[in-house]
Write a protein that binds this ligand. Structure first.
Ligand code: NAG
Ligand code: NAG
Ligand code: NAG
Ligand code: NAG
Ligand code: NAG
Ligand code: NAG
Ligand code: NAG
Ligand code: NAG
Length: 748
């Protein structure tokens, strides 16, 4: 059972009736104690709930008191924390960041006095965070410390509704065991730790390279207990998983007459590892399992929420497009959910409507959503609203409440990128034009770089007009580096704002990866769009120009080289310049090959690609946030007794993604260690192949088959001697060497 029983949650549930023995501002006070211990007495928090019922926007007022304190009044815990964040970031110039962690303790000893109050009102009741798959791409191996930073990041940025999907494996296993399935039957269904999101979606089943360790399941459940406590403290309503219907194949051994359907094969996974079976929602056993699934969580967690996430057809086409069938399925799913929790709200990703828009015609969407008779019983996440919005074509999901979400990247891919106009202008169009919009949210597949793009939407949630991005970037840069004195920092970011962060040609509409992360080939790598998009959406020269400014900033203020934000961004921007340059070298190589150049020309052009990759690896190695080792170490540490299997999961996800490269390179990363040992080797084998193969004999299939054997071995390596992460080293000296070798790329 969970420990924390605050009245923060009770307050929001039953208004003013909270008992006097509890402190409604305990959550925000703990946050201050955790992150700004020197300032526990500097703040005064006053909770002033909005009167009345129904969904409301939040608001806060921050002011200075006569006795020198900062007083924050707010309508909810989330509003109080949002007010605190506004003050700390804009007045005290400190913040908490992905990767860098909290720098709030660097707030000045004497906090700045406010001449006039800071006031904020949200333009939407909900600020949502997390994508189901982020659980696998980003947090699969997180420790409690990682979660603590994450949850504080979310709360400070105003998030008040978030997916809480950790530890659900325990619930599945307990429910399946209770109905009589045995461990072998359950193990044949549950996927490995790095692939659980797609198991819960019914896209895949079972695990490759070993089965799910129960020790890992238990450790995730322990995390979930802490996460839920902390969410409650921070005023974040959790969305817990409901039972989606997918079951081990042997369900019919325990329920011989059960009514089942089979999902289609997903993404080259074949019938063994995909084609999951599910209980048809009109079979009473669906409701029975739903009840078990939900009441078990209520017993373990308490009644912490009425929001339940449930996706049945995510990248899984329904058996039939018959309108009556679709309505029947959703209606019975809804009834089962309401029987388990009379107050339930069914949260569903609307991703299927865009990813399979050929199937999901408007009349089918209308029938499916129409199966839920009460609009407020549902909440849809328009998952990729900045690029492929569904609310417009569905007349706001036919009246069901929904959240405008920014997806931004696939698989945690790395590339500087943004759609500042869509995030600010289109989200506000929805506020004005949709009667059932209730929130803004972030649904990145993986948390990656580009943090400014995620901040932008969460700040848009408190701004009545589309944010002026020029001012926004300027202020963001001041807080990011904690200094206002270095002009080149502003110049660098201002070069990227209208270009790199302002893609308006949505043929390519998410973070791009580099061709160096794809299986080498003489064709098909450049200018790709979609899931493995490689199109560079801006003039690469602007990236070099901005890089020059960023580097110059460090020369203007040498202290920046020890500033974690500057270190991170300098590596990130240098990375982008180098990977963009890879294309030119690649084109030279392919041109030589296609014009039947000698093998020595091929080899010497190939050597340049390899040299660039090695330089990239060295630059990335200067910063622990761009390294493979932490990912592997964290995987191994997440359950030491089965460390080798966890390492295999971690390596497999970012490379082959499946036992045979089923969706190879989907979640590729530009990390030191991965570039240096994986991509370098793949390109070297390719260069060797070209040097020994006449263009008329070129056979990509044959090359790839041989490569696959090597890739498979790479994924099975065991880091049994714990390699310590090298931590962060001197970026400056590595850059000096880089510039000496590759000066022309940097226009130096
Ligand atoms: C929240 O604020 C926005 C913008 O002012 C407004 O359009 C909307 O109706 C408000 N929502 C609620 C629930 O008050
Ligand atoms: C499924 O049940 C059958 C008996 O009905 C049994 O032979 C088989 O081993 C079970 N499968 C698994 C994975 O345990
Ligand atoms: C949770 O709510 C259910 C009814 O929805 C009730 O039966 C149960 O006792 C509650 N549990 C707790 C721990 O409050
Ligand atoms: C749904 O379909 C099932 C199976 O055909 C049928 O028994 C049931 O009556 C239908 N339910 C509704 C609400 O239409
Ligand atoms: C995104 O913004 C561009 C203009 O920058 C606009 O042309 C496009 O329609 C917007 N896309 C969506 C999906 O709203
Ligand atoms: C984004 O780019 C478009 C097209 O080049 C341009 O019209 C627009 O002004 C730019 N927006 C910003 C905010 O820079
Ligand atoms: C948009 O991008 C696509 C793919 O990169 C390209 O083919 C097309 O010409 C671009 N359209 C415009 C108007 O620039
Ligand atoms: C290419 O290689 C594959 C796998 O070795 C082989 O099956 C295929 O026949 C080859 N294609 C040609 C055109 O030789």
């Amino acid at each position: 059972m969970r420990a924390f029983k605050s009245c923060v949650w009770l307050l929001s549930a039953i208004g003013a009736a909270a008992s006097s023995s509890c402190n409604p501002t305990a959550g925000v006070e703990s946050l201050v104690k955790r992150r700004l211990p020197q300032h526990v007495n500097s703040f005064e928090f006053v909770l002033e709930p909005t009167q009345g019922s129904g969904l409301t926007n939040d608001s806060y007022t921050v002011s200075s008191t006569k006795d020198g304190k900062v007083r924050i009044e707010g309508t909810t815990t989330s509003a109080l924390i949002s007010g605190l964040h506004k003050y700390l970031s804009s007045e005290a110039n400190v913040d908490i960041w992905w990767y860098l962690g909290s720098q709030l303790d660097q707030a000045p000893k004497n906090l700045p006095k406010l001449k006039s109050p800071l006031k904020g009102s949200s333009v939407v009741p909900y600020r949502y965070h997390w994508n189901t798959v982020t659980t696998s791409y980003t947090s699969a191996f997180w420790s409690w410390e990682d979660w603590e930073t994450q949850l504080d990041w979310m709360a400070l940025r105003g998030v008040n509704l978030a997916l809480a999907w950790i530890g659900v494996e325990k619930i599945f296993i307990d429910v399946f065991t209770e109905i009589g399935l045995n461990d072998a039957e359950i193990d044949s269904f549950i996927s490995g730790p790095a692939f659980l999101a797609w198991n819960h979606f019914g896209n895949i089943q079972g695990s490759w390279g070993g089965s799910m360790p129960r020790s890992w399941v238990d450790s995730q459940f322990d995390l979930q207990l802490k996460i839920l406590d902390r969410m409650e403290e921070l005023g974040i309503t959790p969305i817990l998983p409901a039972f989606p219907g997918f079951v081990p194949r042997n369900i019919s051994r325990v329920f011989p007459d059960i009514s089942l359907s089979t999902s289609p094969i997903w993404s080259n996974f074949g019938t063994e590892l995909s084609a999951d079976i599910y209980i048809n929602p009109f079979d009473p056993r669906f409701a029975q399992l739903q009840k078990l699934f939900i009441s078990k969580q209520q017993e373990l967690y308490g009644n912490v929420t009425n929001f339940w996430t449930l996706d049945q057809f995510n990248e899984n086409q329904p058996l039939s497009g018959d309108l009556g069938y679709l309505q029947n399925v959703s209606h019975n799913t809804w009834s089962a959910l309401k029987a388990a929790d009379p107050e339930a709200v069914w949260v569903m990703q609307a991703w299927l409507f865009s990813s399979d828009s050929a199937f999901w015609t408007n009349d089918r969407i209308e029938s499916f959503l129409g199966g839920i008779p009460v609009n407020s019983d549902m909440l849809l996440l328009d998952l990729f609203a900045e690029s492929a919005p569904q609310w417009l074509r569905t007349n706001s999901f036919y009246g069901k409440p929904w959240i405008w979400c920014e997806l931004h990247d696939y698989g945690g891919n790395m590339g500087l990128y943004g759609q500042i106009e869509n995030v600010t202008i289109n989200s506000m169009d929805a506020v004005r034009n949709s009667g059932s919009l209730v929130g803004f949210g972030l649904t990145m597949e993986g948390q990656e770089g580009n943090e400014i793009m995620y901040d932008l939407l969460l700040d848009q949630a408190w701004s009545p007009k589309p944010i002026d991005t020029e001012t926004y970037f300027h202020d963001w840069v001041s807080t990011r580096y904690g200094t206002k004195n270095v002009k080149s920092l502003y110049t660098g970011w201002e070069l990227l704002r209208p270009t790199v962060f302002n893609n308006t040609n949505l043929t390519m509409n998410a973070v791009q990866k580099s061709i160096l992360e794809l299986v080498p080939s003489t064709t098909g790598l450049l200018g790709r769009v979609g899931h493995h998009g490689t199109t560079i959406t801006y003039n690469p020269a602007v990236m070099v120009e901005a890089w020059t400014e960023l580097f110059k900033a460090g020369l203007q203020d040498i202290k920046l080289f020890t500033n974690p934000a500057y270190q991170y961004d300098l590596v990130d921007w240098t990375r982008q310049v180098l990977v963009n340059s890879f294309e030119g070298l690649y084109k030279d190589l392919v041109a030589a090959y296609n014009s039947a150049a000698s093998s020595s020309v091929i080899k010497s052009r190939g050597a340049k690609l390899i040299a660039l990759l090695r330089t990239l690896d060295a630059v990335l190695a200067t910063n622990e946030h761009f390294q493979l080792t932490p990912w592997i170490n964290e995987a191994r540490a997440s359950s030491p007794s089965t460390a080798d299997f966890l390492e295999y999961n971690a390596r497999n996800q970012i490379t082959l993604w499946g036992p045979q490269g089923n969706i190879e390179d989907y979640a590729s990363k530009q990390w030191a260690g991965l570039v240096g040992t994986y991509y370098v080797e793949r390109w070297q084998q390719f260069i060797d192949y070209l040097a020994t193969t006449k263009p008329s004999n070129y056979n990509q299939t044959a090359f790839h088959q041989k490569l696959l054997a090597w890739e498979t071995q790479w994924g099975q390596q065991k880091s049994t001697k714990k390699t310590a992460s090298t931590g962060s080293t001197d970026i400056r000296s590595v850059l000096d060497t880089t510039i000496k070798t590759w000066g022309s790329l940097f226009k130096l």
